[in-house]
Write a protein that binds this ligand. Structure first.
Ligand SMILES: Nc1ncnc2c1ncn2[C@@H]1O[C@H](COP(=O)(O)OP(=O)(O)O)[C@@H](O)[C@H]1O
Ligand SMILES: [Mg+2]
Length: 420
């Protein structure tokens, strides 16, 4: 290992994916699913020579246990909404094993020259204080069990890491993961009274995609979470204007690809003359209140869940433009113009692309947000970070590199280094 100044280690706990790695890994962190499998430990199998039964399994090995599809209740996604409940023992155990796996994978093997990582954990902005305490404790335990791997730890809210990676001081960050979207006005620090951890994310596009697959006659495939996600990523489009996009697709039946060979599988999906349904997949994430979804709701398909913030209910079907307006309206009037001007999009749920030739009909995420804000009279030029799934991790690395070494963790400020 060539030591590049401080050995910083980034740990971004997303709702679906854990991104991690040391500063020297380059621009792209490692990524595994933020989940753990708790195998049933069979006495018979345990006796087989050389076989060591594990209590918890994380990383690529999980797939081996899932082959039979037998017991999904043993598969734990600890942070689907960004928070692990205080008493969720399995959730905390999962987080600990994910941490251990990631740190051991990258700890240099020549212990002499290495005195421990400066680790930076990125958590959802709504993470309660006990989660901070718990993460200090988990690192402490791993240090005891494995030898000192982490010398110091700090914890940072994910949207703040994005703002740091983008060098923005006053801005509104939308961090759009699989499970939720953190709408986060920032002025040097997260303005916590204005934060909306909206109950909507990439998984909602998966839900509508599954419904569409079912309606097309692919009921069995619609039950497979992973397959649905791949179909969504291949077929989903964000329309500039949903009504116009649908009319256009119906008038030009051959203009839209409607047959999909799903990557990594042997399956082909034929949408035939229903290619226009592709626009619903993208629209549903941005504006589930569009009237076209009424017919789905009336059949029992549920809109995204409401979000409760400080006693106020934010409707599940609120469009993202309106959600930004509500959030920013809770900040001091003086900084509102700048918060609305600098809207930064990050997270995989914004990773929609516009296929060549569809530029007039389909849009990328910044354009869609711009149009939604425009509809309520707000002028803005939202921009998206360059690698939406990795910007939190990158910001965590930058933060860990520059945070003064002698700044000890301070519970009032919720910043500084916690030394072990
Ligand atoms: N090309 C794509 N098109 C649409 N959605 C995508 C694409 N790539 C990734 N996603 C979605 O991004 C989400 C994961 O984003 P990520 O930022 O890693 O989430 P989290 O941090 O919450 O784990 C998933 O819902 C995934 O399907
Ligand atoms: Mg994330």
């Amino acid at each position: 290992m060539e030591e590049i100044g401080r050995p910083v280690f980034g740990e971004d706990f997303g709702t679906a994916f854990y991104k991690f790695g040391p500063i020297w890994i380059g621009k792209i962190p490692d990524m595994i699913e933020n989940r753990a499998y708790f195998p049933k430990i069979s006495k018979a199998v345990e006796r087989i020579r050389g076989y060591v039964a594990k209590e918890v399994v994380v990383g690529p090995e999980v797939v081996e246990y899932l082959e039979s599809k037998a017991d999904l209740s043993r598969l734990v996604y600890p942070m689907r909404n960004g928070v692990i409940e205080r008493r969720d023992e399995r959730g905390w155990r999962a987080a600990k094993e994910l941490l251990r796996y990631s740190l051991l994978k990258h700890a240099p093997d020549k212990p002499g020259s290495f005195s421990g990582f400066y680790a930076v954990t990125a958590l959802a902005a709504q993470a309660p204080t006990y989660m901070y305490e718990k993460f200090f404790q988990l690192h402490e335990e791993i240090n005891k069990e494995e030898g000192l791997i982490v010398k110091a730890l700090t914890i940072i809210p994910q949207p703040l890491a994005v703002a740091i990676a983008e060098k923005a001081t006053v801005c509104t960050v939308l961090e759009a993961g699989h499970g939720n979207t953190q709408i986060t006005p920032i002025s040097k620090d997260v303005i916590s009274g204005a934060l909306i951890p909206l109950n909507r994310g990439g998984s909602d596009s998966d839900r509508i995609s599954a419904q569409i697959l079912k309606d097309l006659g692919y009921s069995d495939l619609a039950k497979e979470e992973k397959f649905v996600r791949l179909f969504k990523e291949a077929a989903g489009l964000v329309p500039r204007d949903l009504d116009k996009a649908i009319s256009w697709a119906k008038e030009n039946p051959n203009a839209l690809v409607s047959s999909f060979q799903i990557p990594q599988t042997a399956v082909k999906i034929e949408m035939e003359d229903k290619g226009w349904l592709r626009f619903l997949i993208g629209e549903f994430y941005f504006d589930p209140r569009h009237e076209i979804f009424e017919s789905y709701y009336s059949r029992g398909f549920s809109p995204p869940k409401d979000t409760l913030v400080a006693g106020e209910v934010i409707r599940g079907d609120v469009d993202l433009g309106e959600a930004i307006r509500i959030s920013v309206s809770k900040t001091p009037v003086e900084i509102q113009p700048q918060l609305l001007k600098s809207v930064i999009l990050s997270g995989g749920a914004f990773y929609w692309k516009v296929p060549p030739g569809l530029e007039n009909i389909a849009v990328d995420s910044p354009t869609k947000i711009k149009l939604l804000l425009d509809r309520i009279g707000i002028k803005s030029e939202p921009k998206m970070v360059s690698d939406p799934q990795y910007s939190v991790w990158r910001g965590a690395i930058v933060y860990g590199y520059y945070l003064a070494e002698d700044y000890k963790w301070d519970w009032r400020q919720m910043e500084g280094w916690y030394y072990f």
